[in-house]
Design a protein around this ligand. Structure first.
Ligand SMILES: C=C/C=C(\O)C(=O)O
Length: 284
């Protein structure tokens, strides 16, 4: 497996052989839809090493990166990791448009699966490769549209959430899929987020409410999350492209879901998005 050191980050603290071995384990497990009971090598101590593993796994997976998920670093770990958020790839084959019908949420048996109510931004313009830091105001210029969305989080690594953000970043960012729902109207049909900020989201699992929330749960709001995606994607050598999607973080929490359970994700005034968690199939 090819290992490259992302040019915009500090040098990884694991060897190239360790990075390649861990990435290969993640690619094999995802391809075979088989679970991993533990991290398949030394757990990275820092996000730069986790991104090097993620980059090798992306290269080994072989699908187009069509967007990124942005996730929170738990506040207690922010200082040690030097970040409030991390990102992970959303692959082209993992993006689905909600058409009003029943959904399915793939979960690897024995792995980890979760659903999250999120807003997904469609990127308005190609980002420059050499700009590595963005303010939320600068990021706002890249917002083409905002849609209600569901992140299907998870993957093969069962204890991913206990192991923390370096594990989640390494294992494809702990993302399985992104379901893009209705577009949120804005006054100018451009890049404003006021329409999204006014909405409330709720997630129900097996008919029971497990969380309510809004963009008030996103520190700095949608534009701040997008700023992290813009900067970090450039740092790992994959600057955002027009048309890509960025899911901007959990509005109501990370809601674990087991195969056979149902989830319903509701945004104020929008048609609910409902589906069942199903066993992920091995990739062809
Ligand atoms: C399991 C993933 C976590 C997120 O997606 C988040 O914090 O938004």
């Amino acid at each position: 497996m090819t290992v490259v050191h992302p040019h915009g980050l500090s040098a990884p603290t694991l060897t190239d052989a360790e990075i390649a071995g861990i990435a290969a384990s993640f690619v094999d497990a995802r391809r075979g839809a088989t679970a991993l009971a533990d991290f398949p090598g030394p757990l990275p101590a820092d996000l730069a090493t986790a991104y090097a593993i993620q980059a090798a796994a992306i290269a080994g997976w072989g699908d187009e990166v069509a967007g990124w998920k942005v996730a929170r670093v738990p506040p207690a770990l922010e200082e040690r990791l030097g970040a409030m958020r991390y990102i992970g790839p959303v692959f082209a084959r993992g993006i689905r448009r909600f058409d009003g019908g029943d959904l399915s949420f793939p979960v690897i048996p024995g792995g980890f699966g979760a659903v999250e109510a999120e807003f997904a931004v469609q990127v308005a313009a190609d980002a420059p490769a050499d700009k590595l830091d963005y303010s939320p105001a600068e990021a706002g210029a890249f917002i083409g549209a905002v849609h209600a969305a569901i992140e299907v989080a998870g993957g093969p690594l069962a204890p991913v959430n206990d192991l923390g953000p370096t594990a989640a970043t390494s294992v494809f960012g702990n993302n399985t899929a992104l379901i893009v729902g209705e577009r949120v109207p804005t006054d100018d049909e451009g890049g404003g987020t006021a329409g999204a900020d006014a909405l409330r989201a709720e997630v129900l699992i097996d008919g029971q409410s497990v969380g309510v929330g809004s963009t008030a749960k996103l520190p700095g709001g949608i534009a701040a999350a997008l700023a992290v995606a813009l900067g970090t994607a450039a740092r790992v050598g994959r600057p955002l492209k027009a048309g890509q999607w960025v899911s901007t973080g959990a509005l109501t929490g990370v809601h674990a879901i087991a195969i056979g359970q149902s989830a319903r994700v509701c945004f104020t005034g929008f048609a609910p998005m409902s589906g069942i968690a199903v066993a992920a199939m091995p990739a062809e």
